[in-house]
Design a protein around this ligand. Structure first.
Ligand code: ATP
Length: 146
């Protein structure tokens, strides 16, 4: 299905912002009508997983930026939360893996979000990249070929 990426993002961010009762700040550097062919529901699920993590592990504004690079468009979700310790980074996409149960106990969760995100990304044929610094924050990017 073809979707207008700016319109899609505006709508998704409004819906999740309301549901989360959090400020989601969208900044799109994409041209006005970038149309991509993608499974809209799967892309929504992917965004939901990343936004839900940003919500759980930070208290501040969550920034979403979109743009294009060569033959790809990207969507980036950035939080200024607790971040992930370097040593845990290689494992956060594993099933059931959670960084230090103690610090996570108040957020709940089963450690499945990111492993599911990886499966969805593979099914969609998109790339995901996670960058994080403990105490600074986390950024997750989705790269979609066009
Ligand atoms: P759920 O299955 O409900 O998503 P979860 O959030 O624990 O539970 P994942 O989404 O797989 O599971 O994330 C794995 C771990 O990575 C988390 O437990 C958390 O420690 C860490 N993590 C993920 N996203 C962030 C983030 N934005 N900021 C800080 N830590 C994060």
């Amino acid at each position: 299905k073809m979707i207008d990426l700016n319109r899609f993002l505006t709508q998704v961010i409004r819906t999740y912002g309301d549901a989360f009762k959090r400020t989601l700040h969208l900044e799109s550097g994409l041209a006005e009508n970038v149309i991509i062919q993608i499974d809209e529901n799967k892309l929504k699920q992917l965004l939901y997983i990343f936004l839900d993590n940003a919500r759980k592990y930070s208290d501040d504004v969550i920034r979403i930026t979109a743009g294009s690079e060569k033959s790809e468009v990207y969507i980036r979700i950035e939080d200024r939360g607790m971040g992930i310790p370097q040593k845990d980074l290689p494992r956060v996409f594993d099933r059931f893996y959670r960084v230090d149960e103690a610090r996570n106990s108040k957020t709940g969760g089963s450690g499945l979000g990111l492993s599911l995100a990886k499966e969805i990304a593979d099914a969609l044929g998109v790339k995901i990249k996670l960058e994080s610094t403990e105490g600074i924050g986390t950024a997750v990017s989705i790269f979609i070929g066009i």
